[in-house]
Design a protein around this ligand. Structure first.
Ligand code: KG4
Ligand code: ZN
Length: 344
């Protein structure tokens, strides 16, 4: 199978081609381009209408570039997969209409891909792992711990009751005037940490035990951060304090994810692999802390460029979806959906 994948659910426009051979070796990425819109930085977050207009401009140009410069030709493509949800509805519509048009014009089956499932499966692009495994999905829009038995068999073991971890990292980065305001700049800032503010920050992000079973909560971290920054406005100019704060904040957010994961897997039989996926999985501290705190499991992650939104994971999820059923039929009638649980 050679599948072309299109991703436009938020502010990344991406086209990729993945080949999977019948011998079940790791898939091969034959083509992959990602374009990140930067016009949202000045607004401090993604503006949906601006994002969909951006996809409308860039996607046809990226496709033309693929036609002109890729070694892969349209005649080689066996399937076209596109994100149809969850995400920003205007953005999803641009990508899925483009994908459907291509599929129709070239008489190729169209695969409607769930973006969250694509993140969850992305770990299989570079790791030879089998179902079942547990996935920690931590992105800008979601924070869930999921038991993954196959493309059509996923169960949410735990989810956040409020913000996602990525959202909180983004908002606190904005409070600190980091640019661009996101988890990557928090990580960079935290790398410079010292020990000079240990006492001041010691109990800042201590969470009271969250009482609802199987639930995470991140919005409290955001309020604590806001309070601290209001009480210590010098943090915006004091680079040492900013770095120490970022380090303490990251440690607290990741501790919550890791403790919830430990509690979620304790009763499961037959699981030896935990995958960390989604944009926040790029964070080196999160990956090393997981390996240290949950040592008896094989901890795997996609390579950094496949953690954040990308077309390769969509193409790969398309292949997995087709392989999960006996007779796959084109999904040209699939509609775009802003909400779409992995359990559906
Ligand atoms: O998966 P993704 O690209 O988009 C969604 O599907 O939401 O994830 C984006 C999230 C953002 O919240 C961003 O702050 C976070 O991934 N992120 C990181 C890092 N790089 C991106 N978080 C922590 N450390 C990083 N290095
Ligand atoms: Zn995503």
């Amino acid at each position: 199978m050679i599948c072309l994948g299109i991703e436009t659910s938020c502010d990344e426009t991406s086209i990729a081609v993945i080949e999977r051979k019948t011998d079940l070796s790791l898939p091969i990425i034959l083509y992959h381009k990602i374009f990140t819109q930067d016009e949202h930085i000045k607004f401090g977050g993604v503006v949906p209408e601006v994002a969909s207009r951006g996809h409308l401009q860039i996607l046809p140009a990226m496709f033309q570039d693929f036609i002109d410069n890729s070694k892969v030709k349209m005649k080689d493509i066996s399937h076209i997969a596109t994100t149809t949800g969850p995400g920003l509805i205007g953005c999803l519509t641009v990508g899925s209409q483009f994908g459907k048009g291509l599929a129709l014009a070239n008489d190729i089956p169209f695969i409607s891909v769930n973006h969250i499932k694509a993140h969850i499966l992305s770990v299989k692009i570079n790791n030879k792992i089998d179902f079942p495994y547990v996935a920690i999905l931590t992105s800008g829009g979601h924070c869930q711990i999921i038991l993954v038995n196959g493309y059509n068999d996923m169960t949410i073991l735990s989810a956040t009751a409020d913000d996602s971890a990525g959202e909180v990292l983004d908002k606190v980065a904005r409070m600190l005037n980091l640019s661009p305001p996101n988890g990557a700049t928090i990580e960079e800032c935290a790398d410079e940490f010292t020990t000079s503010n240990e006492k001041l920050l010691e109990n800042l992000f201590k969470q009271p035990k969250f009482k609802i079973e199987n639930t995470m909560s991140f919005s409290g971290f955001k309020s604590k951060a806001r309070q601290f920054i209001n009480q210590h406005p010098n943090i915006l100019k004091d680079d040492k304090l900013k770095s120490d704060f970022c380090k303490t904040f990251q440690v607290a957010v990741f501790k919550h994810i890791i403790e919830t994961t430990s509690n979620s897997i304790v009763k499961l039989d037959g699981i030896d692999t935990i995958a960390i996926v989604g944009g926040v999985a790029k964070n080196k501290l999160l990956l090393t802390s997981l390996k240290n705190k949950i040592p008896n499991y094989n901890i795997v992650a996609p390579p950094p460029n496949l953690c954040t939104d990308n077309g390769a994971m969509i193409a790969f999820a398309g292949i997995e979806k087709v392989c999960s059923v006996d007779n796959f039929d084109t999904e040209l009638c699939a509609t775009s959906r802003s909400n779409w649980s992995v359990e559906e």
